[in-house]
Ligand binder design. Sequence first.
Ligand code: ADP
Length: 438
Amino acid sequence: MRLRVAQDVFVARQLGREVARAVGLEEQDQTRLATALSEVGRVLIALGQVADVAFVVEVNGVPTLRVAVENSSPGGDAGIGPRIAQVGRLVDTLEVDDGEAGTVVRMARRLPASAPRLTPERMDEIRAGLAAHVPSTPLDELSEQNQQLIAALDEVRAQRDDLARLNAELEETNHGVMALYHQLSEELEETNRGVVALYAELDDKSEQLREASEAKSRFLANVSHELRAPVTAVIGLTRLLLDPASERLGAEQRRQVELIGGSSSDLLNLVNDLLDLAKAEAGRIEPQWSEVDLRAVFGQLRGTLRPLATRPGVDFVVEEPRVATVRTDETLLARVLRNLLTNAIKFTAEGEVRLAVRARDGDVEFTVSDTGTGIPADQQERIFEEFYQVPGSQALMGKGTGLGLPYARRLVGILGGGLRVESEPGAGSTFTVRLPAS
Ligand code: ADP
C-alpha cells in the first residue's frame, strides 16, 4: 500500500495488524507490529513524504514477517532514524537505510513456533483476504486501538497481581525459613549447652580419676615402704636362725624356717617392685640425662646376667653395640634391659636370648629377642597391665610378680620412648625399646 496522507497511517496500522494475524503472530505481537508500522508511517507523513509499505513472509529458516517502508521521493528529509528509535523496541530488528535513492525502513518479527505453516496456497489465501479488506474509518481504528489498550492494561494489572501474590508467597516462605532458622539455632544452642555440661562433667571425672590414681600410687608407695622394713627383718631373722653358729634346729624346724625365708624373699621382691612402680606412676622419677656409653652398659648386663643364663641349650648373646652412645638415663635404661633380659631367660628353654642395638630413623632401637615360649597375640597388650601373667605360662625359674613389664614401659615412657612386643607362641618373642638418640 502507499502512504500519502495522515489517514493512510490508520489504514497501514489496520493492514499491519491483519497481516500479522493472518501469518500467525500472537495478539500482543500483532499490536506491536501494527504500532511500529503506524509510528514509522506517522513520522514519514509528518515530514511530508510519500512511502510504500510491503509485507514479506520468509519461510526459510526461522519463519519471519518482514515489513519494508520505502520512501520513494529521493532527496527527502534524511535522518529519520533518531525519530523512530523507540520503534526498535516493538520488533525484533529495525534497520534504517538512508540512501541517495531515498529512505528504507525494514522491520522484522519472528513468527512463533505455534504459527500455522505458510504454504503457497495459504499465502494466496491471505493475499486474497487482504485484497478484499475494506479499510474502516479512523474512528473505528481508534476504538480498536482503545480495546487493545484496555486489554494491555488488563494484562499489566494481572501481571502486577501475580507479582504481588508472588511477593506475598516469598514473604511467607521467608517467615518460614526464619522460623526454622530460629528453631535450629535454639536447638544448636541447647545441644551446645549439653555438650559443654558433658565436658565439664568429663573434666570433673578425669580430675577425680587422676586424684584416685594418685591416691592409689601414694598408698602403694607408703604400704610397700612400710612393709619393706619388717620383711627385711624377717629375712634377716631366718638367716640368723639358719646360721650354723646359732643353736641347732631340728630337720623339720629347719625346713619350715627355710620356707619362711623363701616366702619372705618373694614378698620383698613384690614389695620392691610395687614401690618402684608406684614411684614411677607418681612421677617421682627424675631421669639423670647424660651421654651414655652403650658398650659399658652392655658389658655390665653381660656380666650380671650371665650367671642367670645357665641353661646348657640356651645361648646368651649380648651383641657389640652398633651405636656408641645415646643421651638417656643410664640406670633406668639398664633396669629396663635387665628386666626384659631376665624375662627372656625365664621363658626360654632352648635356643638363644639376644640383646642388640641399632640406629633407626634418627632413633635408637634396642631389641631383646628370645626363642622361648612366646605370647599369644591376644595377650600381647595385656602383659603390660599390672599383675597380669599369661595364664598357664610357666617361668623356668623364679616366681615373678607381673609388675616387671608395666614398670619397664613406664620407665621407657619417662625416657621419651616406647616399648612394644612381637611374638609368636612356640617360636619366641622380641621386645623392642625405641628411644630418641639425643
Ligand atoms: P613377671 O615376669 O614378673 O611375671 P612381667 O610383667 O615381666 O611379670 O611379665 C608379665 C607376663 O608376660 C609374664 O608372666 C609372662 O607370662 C609374659 N612374658 C613376659 N616376657 C616374656 C617372654 N620373653 N616370653 C614369654 N612370655 C613372657
